[in-house]
Write a protein that binds this ligand. Structure first.
Ligand SMILES: NC(=O)c1ccc[n+]([C@@H]2O[C@H](COP(=O)([O-])OP(=O)(O)OC[C@H]3O[C@@H](n4cnc5c(N)ncnc54)[C@H](O)[C@@H]3O)[C@@H](O)[C@H]2O)c1
Length: 279
């Protein structure tokens, strides 16, 4: 059975397109992240705007991940700014530059990741400026005050930055709605024991991403990469099997119907999102 990865505050990168598809994508975590860039260095240049109480809590988590180098701390309050710098220095030995203006910091430091820990009314402007500068953004909640602000942030993040996805791992993405329905049907039939329950068909992550982009009408510069290339930039990544397709024939026989193909599940998911007015 495919399982979604747990949401983890320390996990800083994922594709919002895959997250948006709501498919149980075992290799990819689903954090509260707006994705904008595709280049994935082994040490991420990290900057923070708003190093107040909560911003520093997130900064601490980022430093503890050991995947980041803090390059910039921006706060309009000098005391808070210096506290952020001191944290980076003491915990990681980093020497981030201090900034009062987030625009200047983003332009000069070009961070891979920006933590946006400013007060709520600053979230949209700083997030949009950051994704325009090619950064991934961790933005605190509430992400925005209005739907329009939220839409503007998502639009900026979707503006078509390149996306590289591995194409040599084949599996079957499975929609959690289908998984839940099939599990209930099995229980209704009194089934017991171990079952393979996924959607039908198979695909690789690259083709899966292409299908999501197509289904949601998103235009992104998408190109394939290999697991070996991925491991060069993220050697600590979990090893995923090259082929993880499960045999759903026994399930189909027991249910007395074909198991839905993952592409049809994705189409149905998109229809539901559309119907809910969430697109
Ligand atoms: N996820 C959670 O559980 C959680 C908990 C607490 C707070 N928060 C959120 O975190 C955010 C920050 O909350 P806080 O309690 O740390 O507030 P805070 O006032 O302690 O910190 C905000 C910091 O941003 C700075 N700032 C303000 N405008 C700025 C600007 N334009 N550029 C740079 N810096 C600027 C302030 O000087 C201050 O140091 C809020 O959005 C809040 O809702 C989330």
């Amino acid at each position: 059975m495919n399982r979604p990865s747990p949401i983890n505050r320390r996990e800083f990168l994922a594709t919002s397109t895959l997250a948006a598809a709501g498919i149980a994508a075992g290799a990819l975590a689903v954090p509260r992240i707006v994705r904008a860039a595709a280049a994935q260095p082994s040490t991420y240049k990290l900057a923070i705007a708003g190093s107040g109480w909560w911003g520093k809590n997130i900064l601490r988590e980022a430093i503890m991940s050991k995947a980041c180098k803090v390059v910039g701390v921006c706060d309009v309050d000098a005391t808070m700014r210096k506290e952020g710098v001191a944290m980076a220095r003491e915990m990681a030995g980093d020497e981030p530059k201090e900034y009062e203006d987030f625009r200047e910091m983003l332009a000069k430091e070009k961070p891979d990741i920006l933590i946006n820990g400013t007060p709520d009314h600053w979230h949209p402007l700083i997030t949009i400026e950051a994704v325009k500068n090619g950064a991934h953004v961790y933005v605190e909640k509430p992400i925005s005050h209005t739907i329009k602000e939220g839409r503007a942030m998502v639009n900026a993040a979707r503006a078509g930055k390149p996306l590289k996805v591995v194409s040599d791992q084949t599996g079957c993405p499975t929609w959690t709605d289908d998984l839940a329905a099939m599990t209930l049907e099995l229980l209704d039939r009194g089934a017991s024991g171990l079952w393979h329950a996924t959607n039908a068909g198979q695909t690789n992550w690259f083709d899966f991403t292409a299908a999501i982009l197509e289904e949601f009408g998103l235009k992104t510069d998408l190109s394939p990469t290999t697991s070996a290339e991925w491991f060069k930039i993220r050697p600590d990544s979990a090893v995923r099997p090259a082929y993880s397709v499960l045999d759903v024939e026994p399930l189909s026989r027991t249910l007395g119907r074909p198991v839905r193909h993952w592409r049809d599940a994705l189409r149905e998911y998109r229809r539901q999102v559309d119907e809910a007015g969430a697109l």
